[in-house]
Design a protein around this ligand. Structure first.
Ligand SMILES: Cc1cc2nc3c(=O)[nH]c(=O)nc-3n(C[C@H](O)[C@H](O)[C@H](O)COP(=O)(O)O)c2cc1C
Length: 383
């Protein structure tokens, strides 16, 4: 039976009928207040292990982990989500990116299914299809590719700080909660104030007890479709200022797909080579124009002609970035961790990222539609 024709079958995956733990048919607010959904809502609290004899063979930025696998910044909106993810065996959970102030979410819908034309469903950054239009609708199919358009919403620190503290406390033995943040560029803000906003937000994260923090430079935080990671000098200045304030706490920088090695080298020079950053996480979504079956703009509203694509479509780009980062790391004898992200849907994809040089691997879209993904990865590590 085709998922294109039967409403109830839309979320079916190999394990039977599944509702993604972030329910794309509901608003961000509904998800925040009522989620997680599907199997994540049914897992009991006793599933987290506090047993200190549990095997934790993987070291990541000074933390011992049961498995080098988890969920990146995005679908884990608050501690209700991270609690469930830890219980389902996702040993590294990144709390969705927060800001120094409350920030509105883009209007619903925030997620659409995306259907690139190529036989394997892959989409290249800057390709004709990504510039002229990729079909986007509400027919969610395997292998899953989606777009997400949230605008990086945030609660006020008075709300997210105590909640992040709770999320950290609920990690089991060999599990790690990472706090993700980004700066907020307000109109009229000068560069000094913008850098300070990053420093202040990182300080708020540290107050929660976060052992590792991640700075997002790969969402359109510099204005419409403009990414902070396209400006390595500013990224370097911000990282230096943040690092001066967080001491020994490791700092990860989240990067977009960067096709050009010269640009990538400039970023490396400004961050990990300068020792102000201890890890690079990559990739974020790939920007594409989204159209409906009639060729019209798929997401309603001004400034939403383009949106970020993730899931299966972007796996080759994610693997390419990780491979190039790993090459540069060994050629230049640099010491930093690589977090591989992008299109991980099963244990084989996880293994490919590890072979490409990722120290740890994460899945957002794949995990949303397969709550048992961490269990498959864990099993594959034991085989
Ligand atoms: C629902 C959703 C929300 C996301 N929000 C964020 C975010 O707040 N911060 C961030 O750095 N990345 C965010 N991302 C991007 C993911 O962290 C990841 O880089 C991207 O989705 C590629 O991984 P995937 O192919 O496994 O989905 C989000 C992704 C999804 C699916």
């Amino acid at each position: 039976m085709s998922s294109r024709t039967v409403e109830a079958d839309r979320y079916t995956n190999e394990n039977g009928s599944q509702q993604p733990f972030y329910d794309v048919r509901r608003s961000y607010e509904e998800n925040y207040n009522e989620g997680p959904f599907g199997a994540f809502s049914q897992i009991s609290a006793s599933a987290v292990s506090d047993d200190s004899s549990v095997d934790t063979p993987y070291n990541f930025l000074g933390q011992q982990l049961r498995t080098p696998f988890g969920i990146p910044a995005g679908p884990l909106l608050n501690s209700a989500f991270t609690d469930a993810a830890f219980r389902m065996g996702f040993d590294i959970c990144v709390y969705k990116t927060v800001r120094s102030r409350a920030w509105e979410c883009n209007p619903f819908p925030n997620v659409l299914a995306v259907h690139p034309k190529s036989a394997n469903g892959f989409l290249e950054a800057g390709s004709t299809e990504s510039e002229e239009g990729v079909l986007a609708d509400d027919h969610y199919e395997r292998p899953i590719s989606i777009s997400n358009s949230f605008g990086v919403p945030s609660r006020d620190p008075d709300i997210w700080q105590p909640d992040m503290q709770k999320a950290i406390a609920h990690a089991g033995t060999g599990q790690l909660l990472i706090g993700s943040f980004q700066g907020s560029r307000l109109s009229g803000m000068d560069t000094k104030a913008y850098i300070q906003d990053h420093v202040d937000t990182a300080a708020l994260l540290l107050e929660t007890g976060a052992k590792v923090i991640e700075m997002n430079t790969s969402c359109p935080n510099e204005g419409k479709n403009k990414l902070l990671c396209d400006d390595p000098i500013l990224v370097g200045q911000i990282c230096e200022a943040v690092k001066n304030n967080i001491g020994d706490v490791p700092l990860i920088v989240k990067l977009a797909f960067i096709p050009d090695n010269r640009a990538l080298n400039r970023l490396i020079e400004a961050t990990v080579a300068h020792r102000v950053v201890q890890g690079l996480a990559t990739i974020n979504t790939i920007s594409a124009k989204l159209v409906d079956a009639q060729g019209n703009q798929a997401l309603p509203g001004e400034g939403r002609e383009r949106s970020g694509v993730c899931g299966n479509a972007i796996r080759p780009s994610g693997l390419d970035m990780v491979t190039r980062l790993n090459d540069i790391r060994s050629q230049q004898h640099l010491d930093f961790s690589i977090v591989g992200v992008g299109g991980v849907l099963d244990a084989r994809d996880f293994a490919q990222y590890r072979q490409a040089g990722a120290d740890v691997v994460m899945s957002a879209t794949g995990a949303m539609w397969d709550p048992n993904l961490a269990k498959s990865v864990s099993r594959s590590l034991r085989e």
